[in-house]
Design a protein around this ligand. Sequence first.
Ligand code: NAP
Ligand code: GDD
Length: 362
Amino acid sequence: MKTALITGVTGQDGSYLAEFLIDKGYDVHGTIRRSSVDFRERITHLEGHRNFHLHYADLGDSMSVMQVVNKVRPDEIYNLAAQSHVQVSFDSPEFTADVDAIGVLRILEAVRLCGLGETCRIYQASTSELYGKVEEVPQNENTPFHPYSPYAVAKLYGFWIVKEYREAYGMFCCSGILFNHESERRGETFVTRKITLAAARIAQGKQDKLYLGNLSSMRDWGYAKDYVECMWLILQHERPEDFVIATGEQHSVREFATLAFRNVGIDIEWQGSGADEKGIDKATGSVLVEVSPDFYRPTDVVNLWGDPTKARAELHWNPQKTTFEQLVKIMTDADMAKVAVERAGESVRTNLAEYLEKGIVK
Ligand code: NAP
Ligand code: GDD
């Protein structure tokens, strides 16, 4: 039985990956952080499973990283832990650098110092944000990087230190350059989930309006459940290499919102432009979507579009397993069901998260 260690197991990807690896017969260990409230909802269903174990560790704390690596002595490490919100990285750049950049180094050094450098394979959760202010479309493994946020700059260090350890010490460590991937478990302040939750609440009369930032931003959105398979495939490959993981299709935030509202029975018509653009309910004439400059970023990445040719050819991975239309439907259906049973106070947490994103509450 192989042993895997997943950092960030409470996150969207960590929870799907844990399920995937347990199904493959792995003994799965995950790291969690101490919190005064319980945010383990994505993995509650796994707790108590005989092949699922939790350990406290924080990527900002070398000793805790070293301890967990030494105790578990894994065959594979999936380093998914990160401060993963781009907007938040502008408000907390130092924390983001410590966790998303130096945190990667802490994992690599722990593996090396625990004498696991020759046996333990390491997957690093890298990102299409490295392409940032993009220099070509679509982006592949040879496209130059141009990071455009504190988050992306930190992740760029993670990418290069993984490559360095591979070449300097011959370690099997690889980066998956993953484009945006979403799901019904996506954090509620990422744009897709913010839209599907709001569309569900508006359709059920529990919210009046949705405020968004840049509607024209383009993303290559895939389904998170499909993407965790790739993380595993990258570590099963005969050679340690980096891979772009994407669908090869690009859509705007506006298109995502149009489709999400259509799925809940509302046809949106867009009027105006820039900060004055509005999404109007064709049936009633009500304004349901407005632009708020609070959600504009100091520098925004607006043209992500991945080329998954290498992953398709070498990992035999199907980038189109879940289509864009299916993804939006999975998310809106899940949020329609969630909102239908939502108690009055439950949206408060989302509102707080949104205030944090806007920088109103620090
Ligand atoms: P997520 O839902 O935000 O999960 C992040 C995880 O990291 C959570 O479990 C979080 O724990 C943990 N974490 C945060 N700070 C930590 C620290 N200091 N020490 C230990 N754990 C910490 O992110 P995701 O969407 O699953 O993404 C997983 C990884 O892939 C991240 O590294 C992200 O940057 C990267 N990525 C994501 C995408 C995407 O589209 N989803 C695309 C490319 C790359 P808490 O629950 O305690 O906060
Ligand atoms: N969050 C948010 N909220 N984004 C908005 C909004 C809004 O109200 N309105 C427009 N956007 C735009 C953002 O400006 C950005 O261009 C785009 O929607 C996507 O934003 P997010 O959903 O927050 O994701 P992201 O692309 O910045 O980052 C995610 O994907 C990266 C991979 O490319 C995260 O998961 C990162 O961790 C990941 O690396």
